[in-house]
Design a protein around this ligand. Structure first.
Ligand code: NAP
Length: 284
């Protein structure tokens, strides 16, 4: 029996409808500042999706484009300026950054109240304490998909593949907070040849690697829930990290790529902007 599709787009539509009402509460409107450093094709599709989502909601999207040779000092100076600009409600630093800038050293400069990607160490750290008000949008999207599909996490074998600071690590902590028995797989799991056996145990599998086909469909446990976060461009086509067709013949629920995590992530980014604006209002 083929898997049912777990689509993000319908949930994203509902979130945006709700946001349109909430945004009316802000007389001066809302502003999202996006900083791009250098020409990196990786962030182009994200920026396009963010611009469109902001436009649809009547949010001002303010792009800042810095040159390839920008230093950390120049970048953090711009962030600091935007932190103190009261018209700006949210700040995004688009990844990847050029090699000369250590991104981990930049994130702590973003005002936690304007950090709508939830990447400032203060916001990331609050996830451990289950006290976070602004979650990284991708991990919030994964949790929202699971919740919408009423997937029970308590005591479940959940396997997360990929251990990045922005997806795999914070997600594993949120799953742990829901009492899932959480395993995190990474490059060493793959290189030691143990990835397939971990994937095969997963009742819920979340993959965020960024390599098309890294998860073979026949590794999937019968009846598993599969969330594919990966976005890979292959010959002008967008595909995920999981071999979709074979995986769908074994899973009970699976996210499509595109149309799964992606659209929901963008909607949640906008929701984070509104939440951040509310926090700023409460703190002013
Ligand atoms: P990332 O920073 O490159 O992290 C990828 C993780 O996977 C790293 O921990 C990496 O380990 C690990 N990895 C690499 N090769 C592996 C393998 N063969 N087996 C197991 N683990 C492996 O990427 P990210 O930012 O987390 O994003 C992951 C994917 O999600 C990308 O395709 C990205 O485009 C997509 N994404 C989608 C959304 C969305 O809205 N749908 C949002 C964000 C990201 P090492 O670093 O040690 O090699």
């Amino acid at each position: 029996m083929p898997a049912k599709l777990l689509e993000g787009s319908p949930i994203a539509v509902k979130i945006k409808e709700q946001l349109k009402k909430e945004i009316l509460d802000f007389d001066k409107g809302l502003v999202l500042a996006s900083i791009q450093v250098g020409e990196n094709s990786g962030s182009v599709s994200y920026i396009k999706a963010q611009t469109k989502a902001a436009e649809d909601l009547g949010i001002e999207y303010r792009p800042y484009k810095l040159g390839d040779a920008t230093t950390k000092v120049e970048l953090t100076a711009l962030i600091t300026k935007l932190n103190s600009d009261r018209s700006v409600n949210g700040i995004i630093v688009q990844m990847p950054l050029p090699k000369q800038i250590d991104y981990k050293g930049v994130l702590s400069f973003i005002d936690p109240l304007k950090d709508i990607e939830g990447v400032n160490p203060e916001n990331l750290g609050k996830i451990i304490l289950a006290k976070s008000k602004i979650l990284p949008p991708t991990v919030a999207a994964v949790m929202e998909l699971l919740e919408t599909a009423k997937v029970k996490l308590y005591g479940k074998e959940v396997v997360v593949v990929g251990a990045s600071e922005i997806v795999g690590k914070p997600l594993s902590m949120l799953l742990l907070n829901k009492f899932a028995t959480t395993t995190v797989c990474h490059i060493a799991t793959f290189e030691s040849g143990k990835l397939s056996s971990h994937v095969n145990r997963a009742e819920v599998l979340v993959v965020a690697v960024g390599k098309a086909g890294v998860i073979k469909g026949d590794w999937i446990k019968e009846g598993a829930v599969v969330i594919d976060v990966g976005i890979n461009r292959i010959n002008d086509k967008i595909v995920g990290d999981v071999d979709f067709v074979t995986a769908a013949s074994k899973a009970s629920l699976i996210t499509p790529v595109p149309g799964g995590v992606g659209p929901l992530t963008t909607a949640i980014l906008m929701r984070n902007l509104v939440e951040a604006a509310k926090l700023q209002r409460a703190n002013s």
